[in-house]
Design a binder for this molecule. Structure first.
Ligand code: C5P
Length: 284
């Protein structure tokens, strides 16, 4: 049996440069993977069977089954797999769980079926599945550009602690597309915010003032309940709160583990769905 971890991520910066002619948006984003991981187990089988321990997770609506179908078409005709997923990353949370699992599926089947595709080819296939998938082929700290398919690994951040607060807000199924649709040209930026953050990271530091998410304003408008969660996060002791990707998860980053634990416990006491995790370097 082969087991792979599929980590969650947050965007430390997420800038949209402009709207492209193909309808997508040109991005510049620095992404960081987290120690909160789904776990995928692959074993040989005659047919394709996919299951998970999460009652709310449906294989047919996930990128996982799309990844299996795509990889079968490219390399695994007639081959099977028994794939089980221990889901730990909350669904539709902005933490990239589905994309990360899709990347792990491509990596796992490549090994299980002995296809020997190089990483760049797996990244190409990943980009066919979704804009965030190529990043998860390596994880760690990376700059993401283009539609998401251009990923440049960056020096690994010194370990930091992240507290995640997952609001109980129902998200529309096309949440990400809806956020992009609602962006105005005045939300676009030049990429300088990510460049500044990149400079900080290369010097081994991370300054909160350089963190940025283009969706933040629009998410608080489209999902007004987010403000209530933000307020409760502040009350729990956090002072720099960011939106994770397309949300609705909110997060704070800290160097001090004791402080992170305090905030995490305060949130749990109030009955929130919260996680205390650390930043994670690249997976092999
Ligand atoms: O690539 P993915 O399927 O994750 O994208 C979901 C939606 O987000 C796309 O249909 C598109 O509307 C939007 N998107 C975009 N520009 C990007 C990535 C995604 O407009 N770079």
């Amino acid at each position: 049996m082969l087991t792979l971890l599929a980590p969650a991520k947050v965007n430390l910066s997420l800038e949209v440069l402009y709207r492209r002619n193909d309808g997508y948006h040109e991005l510049r984003s620095i992404i960081q993977s987290l120690s909160l991981c789904d776990r995928l187990s692959f074993s040989p089988a005659k047919t394709v069977q996919i299951s998970s321990d999460s009652p709310d997770w449906q294989a047919e609506h996930s990128l996982v089954s799309k990844a299996v179908a795509l990889f079968s078409e490219k390399c695994g005709q007639g081959r099977g797999v028994n794939l089980t997923i221990a889901k730990r990353i909350p669904l539709v949370s902005g933490l990239g769980g589905d994309s990360s699992c899709a990347a792990a599926v491509l990596k796992g089947l490549n090994k299980l079926w002995g296809c020997g595709y190089p990483r760049w080819r797996l990244m190409e296939l990943g980009a066919e599945l979704g804009s965030d998938v190529p990043f998860f082929m390596m994880g760690g700290t990376a700059m993401m550009e283009g539609r998401g398919e251009t990923v440049t690994p960056l020096p690994t951040l010194n370990q930091m602690w992240a507290v995640l607060l997952v609001p109980e807000i129902e998200m529309p199924p096309d949440k990400t597309a809806a956020l992009y649709r609602n962006l105005h040209t005045d939300s676009f930026s030049s990429g300088e915010i990510s460049d500044k953050l990149l400079e900080d990271i290369c010097q081994g530091k991370l300054s909160y003032s350089s963190c940025f998410n283009v969706f933040e304003k629009i998410a608080f408008t489209l999902f007004p309940d987010l403000a209530k969660y933000r307020w409760q996060f502040l009350e729990a002791g956090a002072y720099q709160i960011f939106l994770a990707g397309a949300g609705p998860t909110l997060f704070t980053l800290l160097k001090d583990k004791n402080m992170a634990e305090k905030i995490y416990h305060n949130l749990c006491q109030k009955g929130h769905q919260a996680y205390l995790v650390s930043t994670l370097g690249p997976l092999d």
